[in-house]
Design a binder for this molecule. Structure first.
Ligand code: SAM
Length: 243
């Protein structure tokens, strides 16, 4: 299906699109799904738009009812268990308050929970800094499919469960803006650590395709899926422009 050093991008719901991926063909799923904080924030009368100063509140992906979101996560983990190789890895970015729910779902489909780590953003928006703690962290969860260990290219060095970077630069948005785009630097970190050259990296909630660019730059193959056409188009331009 996907030849060496190539990539495939799919437009649509990831659970349906993943049906096209062969069993046991993926080495790493590196993904950043909806955290589903929209209704939670709305019910607390939090002005999410103002808090995040971006288009997040106008996007509809983060407003599913809790049971619908859990249904999507269940189907996603079920398909992931099928397409990932035995001992293949998954890194999922997630809001800290959703971590336990995700671990519970993942274990139902045979994933072995390894680690919850933190991404610290060095330069978050200091909005209302005199009223509360500034949100500068997100969690990431590390799982292994059907096994307890997989590829871990640490080259004899200690690797902390804590990563730090600046939020994305304007340069990383030159093909268009995505409200929750992840910096390439942190995606590269996981790709190099958890896969080898020519391995296949899958991001079923790819947004603007940042995981894809990091994968191609590291000489890995990439399969990306996105529901919304505007972000799929950004990913298409971003990966198309990669030489
Ligand atoms: C948190 S964002 C990912 C951002 C991405 N990491 C980046 O750097 O651009 C989640 C993405 O998942 C997409 N999405 C939501 N539900 C989806 C589904 N069922 N299938 C595929 N994509 C979906 C949203 O449109 C959104 O772009």
């Amino acid at each position: 299906m996907i030849k060496e050093k190539e990539y495939v991008l799919g437009l649509g719901d990831c659970v349906s699109e993943m049906h096209d991926i062969r069993d046991r063909s993926v080495d790493l799923i590196l993904t950043d799904p909806p955290y589903n904080l929209g209704l939670f924030m709305k019910n607390r009368e939090t002005n999410l738009g103002a808090l995040r100063k971006n288009h997040f509140s106008a996007s509809n992906w983060d407003f599913a009812a809790a049971d619908k979101w859990e249904e999507l996560m269940n189907k996603f983990f079920q398909e992931s268990a099928r397409v990932l190789k035995k001992r293949g890895a998954m890194i999922m970015f997630m809001s800290i308050i959703r971590v336990e729910t995700i671990i519970h779902i993942a274990e139902k489909y045979g994933f072995y929970y390894k680690t919850t780590g933190i991404w610290h953003k060095k330069n978050p928006m200091p909005r209302n800094m005199n009223l509360h703690f500034i949100n500068s962290t997100e969690a990431w969860i590390y799982f292994i499919n059907q096994g307890k260990t997989g590829t871990f290219n640490n080259e004899g060095k200690i690797v902390h469960d804590y990563i730090e970077s600046a939020v994305i630069s304007a340069k990383e948005q030159k093909e268009g803006k995505h409200p929750t785009q992840k910096p390439e630097e942190i995606l590269s970190h996981f790709i190099k650590l958890l896969t080898n050259e020519n391995d296949l990296v899958l991001d079923p909630f790819m947004g603007s395709g940042s995981t894809g660019l990091a994968a191609l730059k590291a000489k890995r193959r990439f399969y990306g899926i996105e529901l919304e056409e505007q972000y799929y188009d950004i990913a298409t331009r971003k990966l198309g422009g990669f030489k």
